[in-house]
Design a protein around this ligand. Structure first.
Ligand code: R5P
Length: 284
């Protein structure tokens, strides 16, 4: 078994290698002057089972291309099996056509991985469960909710005083799952145009918004404002994938959200590590 890390999330890859008690494989990833990505695997991997770790986040297209090039290099170097570990699977939010003449990028990226030579995918919290079926190879689809639940239970954020909130209609199943762990009821934020209303009783409750991705932060911030308007005692937010584009982190820091709990599927630079941020690791 050999583990390689690409560029996107080297801290998570190092933590995974430490848990496994293995050294990360040696490779040199550089670029030509125009940005063309170049990879040199600096040790023989002939006949080995390879795990290559790459989150296809920021810069999303470069990270996807770096992964494709790595898979090609592994295949040409006679790896026995190429297991691709995608802690965050980018381009997943276009998993169905939402209008005429629109793409299905989640399927396109799956096709690209297959064509490049991946044998197996290990990933976390795909934006939609059905994306598993876009691959004609085994997919291990791991869940962030149990980790998030453990963290909250350790801090007594569970039970009747707590309400788990889905910030939109699409996230109800996820909210229900977290609520089962916390033995708490759920509420749903119903967003229509610029107004959001809350379905469920949040008056004087500790509310926990749960989502798969926090990107611009607008979904969570809209939900937080609605919860305050409906009388919530406090508002927490949790998500598996902390994309936190632009000034999302700063907007959350200035919002009624008391704490933002995320995992480390995406590497967070210092500028995004606001004081309200708590992180649990998916490395184990
Ligand atoms: C949408 O369906 C997703 O589950 C997330 O709610 C969304 O991607 C969050 O994005 P943002 O933080 O930009 O509102």
């Amino acid at each position: 078994l050999r583990v390689f890390s690409l560029s996107s999330n080297q801290s998570l890859a190092a933590a995974i290698a430490e848990h496994l008690g293995v050294e990360l494989g040696k490779l040199d990833a550089t670029q030509f002057a125009d940005g063309e990505i170049k990879i040199n695997i600096e040790e023989s991997i002939r006949g080995d089972h390879i795990y290559v770790i790459q989150s296809t986040s920021f810069p999303i297209s470069d990270n996807i291309m770096e992964l494709m090039i790595m898979i090609d290099a592994l295949k040409r170097a006679s790896a026995k099996k190429i297991n691709v570990v995608l802690p965050y699977y980018g381009y997943a939010r276009q998993e169905q056509q939402d209008g005429p003449r629109t793409p299905i990028t989640a399927k396109l990226v799956a096709n690209m991985l297959e064509l490049a030579g991946a044998d197996r995918i290990v990933t976390l919290d795909l934006h939609a469960n059905q994306i598993q079926g876009f691959f004609d190879m085994p997919v291990d689809h791991l869940q962030g909710v149990p980790l998030i639940a453990d963290y909250l239970i350790d801090r007594q954020l569970a039970g009747d005083d707590v309400v788990v909130v889905s910030p939109d209609q699409g996230g109800v199943t996820r909210a229900r799952k977290l609520a089962e762990f916390l033995q708490a009821p759920i509420a749903i934020v119903d967003r229509r145009y610029s107004h959001a209303s809350v379905v469920g009783d949040v008056l004087d409750k500790t509310t926990i918004i749960i989502d798969d991705i926090i990107d611009s932060g607008l979904t969570a911030l809209t939900a937080a404002d609605a919860l305050v308007e409906y009388g919530a005692k406090s508002v927490y937010a949790a998500a598996t994938h902390a994309v936190l584009s632009g000034n999302a982190a700063q907007m959350i820091e200035a919002s009624p959200i008391e704490c933002l709990l995320v995992t480390d599927t995406i590497h967070l630079p210092e500028a995004k590590r606001i004081s309200k941020l708590e992180q649990v690791s998916v490395a184990p």
